[in-house]
Design a protein around this ligand. Sequence first.
Ligand code: ARG
Length: 383
Amino acid sequence: MAPVPSCPAEAIPLRTTAVDLAEADDFIRLCHSENPELGPVAPRLAEVHAEVAATGTYRHTPAELTFGARVAWRNSARCIGRLYWRSLKVRDLRDLRDPKEVADECVEHLRLAGNGGKVRPVITVFAPDEPGQPAPRIRNEQLVRYAGYEGSDGGVLGDRRNAELTDWAIAMGWRPPERRGPFDVLPLIVERADADSALVELPSDAVLEVPISHPELPWLADLGLRWHAVPAISNMRLRIGGIDYPAAPFNGWYMGTEIGARNFADVDRYDLLPYLGRRMGLDTSSVQTLWKDRVLVELNRAVLHSFAAAGVTITDHHTESDRFLTHIKKEEAAGRTCPADWTWIVPPMSSGITSVFHRYYDKEELLPNFFPGDTKGVCPIIH
Ligand code: ARG
């Protein structure tokens, strides 16, 4: 494998400013008010202030980190699956900064989360950004991503969404399989401003996948469609009490429509509807026959059926919509608001027959939370 280019130090800005004390205070107070067993808040506030004055930053206690990560999930306005926010397993790996070690622990994350099919929500928190001390960053948007190989005609084999990541991996020395396919798992790429980047292949035992078949259409199994069991977002920044954790991959389990109504169906992803419509013998001459809608339903049945048959956790959009409304009720009973973004919460199919469609939601943004990874941290080599 060719030597891995290292990220130019100037590409990832070092944190130079001290932690925002007001944000730190708000978080510590929230943490103590929701966790009375932590005792009075005043001594902890004094400790945090002294630490920030001396070092520009502070270190969360393990209890603060766990609570902070769980509340970041609770505050994620785009997530319909928040009913189980308290169950998030938090892996405290804040002492890891080395890109190769970070990548190796991402592999372990996938094993723990996949759990033989009984998917567990997990977050792994790596080193934070600290003054003068750059944090590692994961370039892949999810720990498991399928390659997208762009042909000279502009067509793509695999997941078009990952075409750029695929080019980048190849530029770093990744060798695609001898026979390229539509579901080749990309290697992990972990970067740090002052270190060599790591390029690490995911061992197949860490990537639980489900072959897709249909309960009544036997030919669908022969297409070789598959999807991975664990959606682990890896390029979002976790922010707790003024501290940024740029590498903090987290996962829940899938809702079927994410795969069946988006990943397989979107025109800029696998774009399977036209092909499947023809294979199903539908009249595709006009959209008015609703052939796309009919394919979409069967494709989504196939996804749910296949995960169930493989013994892999998945949920459907009706169940999850009802659970989300239960979650909102519980939050309100606890005296909290539940910010939600309608455009993300409402499922991408059959929207009006799900319960989440028929109401509005609170919009305010709460902290702690997850934010888009900052693109300033991305090496400019191929941009
Ligand atoms: N929609 C993304 C995907 O299809 C995953 C986002 C997170 N989803 C989840 N169920 N936790 O891969």
